[in-house]
Design a protein around this ligand. Structure first.
Ligand SMILES: [Zn+2]
Length: 428
């Protein structure tokens, strides 16, 4: 009781979740021990968690919330089933799991393996095993059976205290379908889960205003279940806007981005190579990442520098250099600040605040930048397109109907060992 910090009635905080991924655990552990990690909720991939036990232990000790993703979607996809997740006890080594494999006994057996794994690693919550659902059909009900089997298995194997979150992984196209949404809404209501995670291919950090508006409208029809919704693998101003409009009560992404999910990437077998780890810089004022090369071209233009360098001394004491060398830290600090800013505003005023203050400031910065004289056409085009995207986003969000705005997702409850409130000491 004494650990609870009271929130104002109509200001349930927006929660922030971080996906640890497969390479960022050491970095997160260092930031944590330096007291420079602004988030308190972390999602581990089952495929990588055993190499990340140091971080897991440190997070548990600090009272943070630890969630396990069973990586079942990867094991159901032709492009990923024999990748990192193939080491998991519930992997099928020969081929991806298919709908017809996932009935009664098999569902119970896979669920018991996942439950044992989760209990042994002492996590606070598990994301239910989910397929990638791209077409209408039995997908949602099979996922619901798996979720129910996992709840039963957790209870039976000493994991009664581990929460279960239901997970839906789909596309924006399918989310637009009335019948699909009705099926999902029914299942969200029926399944014994705390939060619902939604990952939709086609809605991400670079989405347009029209896509953001559609996401908000579609999500509103899922709220009937009265559960908190977490937008997974999303980010940028579209995610902040969706949270401001009440479509979701939480945002989840990686520590260095991972603000998008493309279902097409799961369909194809990786060809190797690629990537290369090009350095990127987060432009907080525009809510987006650019390559280091783009960044240098923009800030090298007369008039741009003073508008883009991080002036938050607690975040980037060395300004430009820290934005580049500590790009992930800068990103998390600035995203956390955006989430906290919205969380302090009463729910019914969040959309107005987003439009006037957050999107308003980004649009006006983009307009100022678009008037500068760039040496190359590519940079001029990037800035001009960003300006158009942000102004159109404002128009689309202003056109949201009353039904979409009045329906609001609940906010997830904090499940770590610390105080039961999401906004504490400046953390999401
Ligand atoms: Zn910074």
């Amino acid at each position: 009781m004494s650990a609870t910090i009271h929130q104002l009635h109509n200001t349930p905080p927006i929660a922030g979740f971080i996906r640890v991924g497969h390479i960022d655990h050491k970095w997160i552990e260092e930031r944590l021990s330096a007291g420079r990690m602004p988030y308190r909720r972390f999602v581990f991939d089952a495929a990588h968690v055993d190499k990340q036990r140091g971080l897991l232990g440190a997070l548990k000790k600090a009272g943070h919330e630890v969630i396990l993703d069973t990586n079942f979607a990867e094991l159901c996809s032709v492009g990923r089933f024999n990748g990192a997740a193939s080491v998991l006890p519930w992997a099928n080594q020969d081929r991806p799991w298919q709908v017809e494999d996932l009935g009664g006994n098999r569902a119970r057996f896979l669920a018991s393996q996942m439950a044992e794994f989760a209990v042994e690693r002492d996590v606070d919550a598990v994301l239910s095993p989910s397929q990638l659902i791209e077409v209408k059909g039995s997908g949602p009900s099979i996922d619901a059976n798996l979720a129910e089997a996992l709840r039963v298995a957790l209870d039976a194997s000493g994991g009664g205290g581990i929460a279960l979150d239901y997970q839906v992984i789909t596309t924006m196209n399918l989310l637009r379908d009335d019948e699909f949404r009705r099926d999902v809404a029914k299942i969200c209501d029926q399944v014994d889960c705390e939060n619902v995670w939604l990952r939709a291919s086609g809605f991400d950090a670079q989405s347009t205003g029209a896509a953001t508006k559609r996401f908000v409208e579609n999500m509103a029809e899922l709220h009937g279940a009265g559960k908190p919704f977490v937008g997974d693998m999303i980010g940028g101003l579209p995610a902040i806007g969706a949270a401001a409009a009440g479509a979701i009560g939480a945002i989840c992404h990686g520590s260095g981005g991972r603000e998008s999910f493309r279902i097409a990437d799961y369909r194809k077998i990786p060809t190797g190579g690629g990537g290369g780890g090009k350095r990127r810089v987060f432009l907080a004022g525009l809510g987006r990442w650019v390559s280091e090369e783009q960044f240098e071209k923009i800030v090298g233009t007369k008039g741009a520098k003073s508008k883009l360098f991080c002036r938050d001394k607690g975040c980037c004491p060395q300004g430009r250099d820290d934005m580049i060398d500590e790009a992930k830290g800068h990103f998390l600090n600035q995203r956390n600040a955006q989430i906290r800013e919205l969380s302090r505003i009463p729910e019914e005023r969040r959309l107005d605040h987003f439009l006037a203050q957050q999107l308003g400031a980004a649009s006006s910065l983009a307009r100022t930048l678009s008037r500068l004289d760039y040496e190359d056409d590519k940079t001029a085009e990037l800035v001009s397109n960003e300006k158009k995207r942000l102004f159109r986003m404002a128009d689309s969000m202003r056109a949201l109907g009353d039904n979409a705005i009045e329906s609001r997702s609940l906010s997830p409850v904090f499940r770590g060992g610390g105080p039961n409130v999401a906004v504490i000491a400046g953390r999401s």
